[in-house]
Ligand binder design. Structure first.
Ligand code: 0RA
Length: 632
């Protein structure tokens, strides 16, 4: 506060024409919002005097004519003659753009936000603007209109008072409405009073004939926070309060933990509301988090099931005021309502952490309650995450976009499920009846599947309906998008008739899989079902044989008994119980696991599959449980 004004500080001299030409550039708009910017600008100038310790009382009056007067008991706008312009400083300040700050550069300023454009902007946009100054032993007055002096600065009667009074009547050429909002002015003025402890702000309203209202809060933001938490239950009876000057800035905050579940922090820089928060608010929050953590750890209050106290646990129900005074505030964002001064971050965080930890240690009963509240939030967070995971799991089991030809299984445990790829509707019908609904799915493909060896591109292949259904069923994607983790079943079982046509379909399917999702085969997910070809009935006994060789073995064992041999023409012909016991039931069936080799074919099955159309060479490994009737 040592630096004082000298008239030679005026350096920037720019007229006010640009302001009248493009008012929105300076006050945002020319609607009611812009109109109120004039009020805030003049009020902020007076509050700045208080911020810097020169002013204790401000009166704002809505006049009968709708004009606004703001008076303060600060130092008064300088009135001495500037050596360069040879004009009184006040005239230069009020008729020149951006000149104000040059007078008083070591002070806290509410400049830089949407406000802070200077009293000259208000002058430029007012039809009538009258400045009255009490300074240097006299009252001084000068009148302006639309940014231009109506006459010279007048020296009035002697006075010991000091201060400034500005009356302005917004210009109807600029503003469509000139009616200022009384309620709005009350609210903003009260918050200014809260933020500047001891500052008396009186609002008079002659226009609406309201009684004067005075705001004066000797405990500043501590009074403010009391007001804000009045509707909720607080956990800490006395707020955590910190006021600290660090080098060239000042931080003040007052915080309550409440039973509310939201967070409500009102933050300000140089008495200007930073509704988007910013550096000061984030640093206070970080300091609080560290303090609560440190206290809870030191006193061993964290139960085993809670891994860590997260910042959001500390923020739950946190209500507070953060106010910073800073020489060079940087306002950012769309509406310039966010503070960005990284240099204040660590000192604020450290101060808050230390002070808050000391505060917690000094009041153990209260602090244990605070920690309990924070731990409740942590528990809620964990429970909500678990619930969310559960919903995600359920959502992924909704089975959207699955083909109509798929009879899916009910289990979501991939490791216990399998899908049978079946040819034709009648075979599909039998398979559906024979399956275990919980673990076995059945996809019936209609007719012959595309021969992918004769189609050039994967794009074309994917337009084929049967392939589309197959891909949707498997869920693991194809080609470059293949992802084995997304495979919806652990076994993919091709189940076709035990004849040449069936074999042909199996080869086509295997060829597609081999070409476009070889990992399915490499990781052993692809199988062939082995439906029997023959049924041998000897009295009450029934035997099934997969091929000629098996049939002969069985017949040899029957000796002289009477028997009858039947041949299945297709899966659809088999009754569901037979299909189940011979081909589908994991306990009694035989499966062939498909592998790929370059050279060697194995056994009868291979012949069956590869005889006609040996494009790819597959091998088959028999995987079987005890197959009661047969002994291969
Ligand atoms: C320029 C320099 C000084 C004070 C002010 C302007 C000033 C402006 C307004 C606007 C409303 N109230 C005001 N009060 C003061 C510093 C003068 C000095 O160093 O004495």
């Amino acid at each position: 506060m040592a630096a004082t004004y000298t008239a030679k500080d005026i350096t920037v001299l720019e007229g006010l024409e640009p302001v009248r030409k493009r008012p929105a550039m300076y006050i945002g708009s020319t609607d009611v919002r812009g109109l109120h910017h004039l009020v805030w600008e003049v009020l902020d100038n007076a509050v700045d005097e208080a911020l810097n310790g020169y002013c204790t009382a401000i009166t704002l009056r809505i006049e009968k004519d709708g004009g606004v007067t703001v008076a303060d008991n600060g130092r008064g706008i300088p009135v001495d003659i500037h050596p360069k312009t040879k004009r009184p400083a006040i005239e230069t300040i009020l008729c020149t753009l951006h000149a104000g700050g040059k007078f008083d550069h070591t002070a806290y300023k509410s400049s830089g936000g949407l406000h802070g454009v200077g009293a000259s902007v208000v002058n430029a946009l007012s039809e009538v603007f009258i400045a009255t100054v009490w300074r240097d032993g006299y009252e001084w007055t000068q009148e302006f209109s639309r940014g231009k002096p109506k006459g010279n600065l007048k020296k009035g009667k002697p006075t010991k008072a000091h201060g400034t009074q500005i009356y302005f009547m917004p210009d109807t050429e600029i503003f469509s409405k000139t009616n200022v909002n009384y309620k709005n002015i009350l609210d903003v003025s009260e918050s200014k009073a809260f933020l500047n402890k001891g500052l008396k702000i009186t609002i008079e309203n002659e226009r609406d004939k309201e009684k004067p209202v005075t705001f004066k809060y000797d405990n500043g933001i501590q009074d403010y926070i009391k007001r804000i938490v009045s509707g909720t239950t607080v956990v800490n009876a006395e707020p955590f309060y910190l006021e600290k000057e660090v080098d060239d800035f000042k931080i003040e905050c007052a915080m309550h933990w409440t039973l509310a579940t939201d967070m409500e922090i009102h933050s300000y820089a140089n008495s200007i509301n930073t509704s988007d928060g910013g550096t000061h608010e984030l640093a206070v929050r970080a300091g609080l988090t560290k303090a609560v953590r440190a206290y809870a750890e030191r006193k061993n209050l964290i139960p085993k099931n809670i891994k860590t106290i997260a910042p959001e646990d500390v923020y739950e129900g946190l209500y507070g005021i953060v106010s910073v005074l800073i020489k060079n505030p940087q306002f950012q964002g769309q509406t310039k309502e966010k503070l960005n001064n990284p240099e204040i971050s660590s000192p604020i965080e450290a101060s808050v952490k230390n002070a808050c930890e000391a505060y917690l240690l000094a009041n153990p009963t209260m602090s244990d309650a605070v920690v309990k509240r924070v731990l409740l939030a942590a528990e809620a967070r964990m429970a909500s995450r678990a619930a969310k995971d559960n919903v995600t799991r359920k959502l992924s089991s909704l089975k959207l976009n699955l083909p109509g030809k798929l009879a899916d299984c009910s289990s979501n445990k991939v490791e216990e499920t399998e899908v049978f790829i079946v040819e034709g509707d009648s075979a599909g019908g039998s398979a559906k009846m024979a399956r275990d609904r919980k673990t076995q799915a059945v996809l019936s493909l209609r007719g012959k599947i595309l021969n992918v060896e004769q189609v050039a591109s994967l794009e074309k292949i994917q337009t084929n309906n049967e392939i589309k259904n197959l891909l949707a069923t498997l869920g693991c994607g194809v080609g470059a998008h293949f992802d084995l983790n997304k495979l919806r079943y652990s076994r993919v079982i091709l189940m076709t008739d035990a004849d040449v046509d069936g074999a042909h379909i199996s080869v086509l399917l295997l060829t597609f899989i081999y070409r476009y999702m070889p990992e399915l085969i490499n990781h052993g997910h692809v199988y062939l079902a082995m439906p029997p070809l023959f049924k041998i009935e000897a009295g009450k006994e029934v035997f099934y044989a997969m091929d000629e060789m098996e049939k002969e073995k069985i017949l040899a064992k029957l000796n002289n008994r009477k028997y009858e041999v039947g041949r299945f023409k297709g899966l659809g012909e088999m009754n569901p119980e037979t299909l189940k016991s011979t081909t589908m039931n994991p306990k009694t069936r035989t499966l062939m696991k498909v592998q790929v080799v370059d050279h060697k074919a194995t056994g009868d099955v291979f012949e069956r599959l590869m005889g006609k159309d040996p494009k790819a060479r597959f091998t088959f490994i028999q995987e079987r449980a005890e197959f009661a009737e047969l002994d291969i």
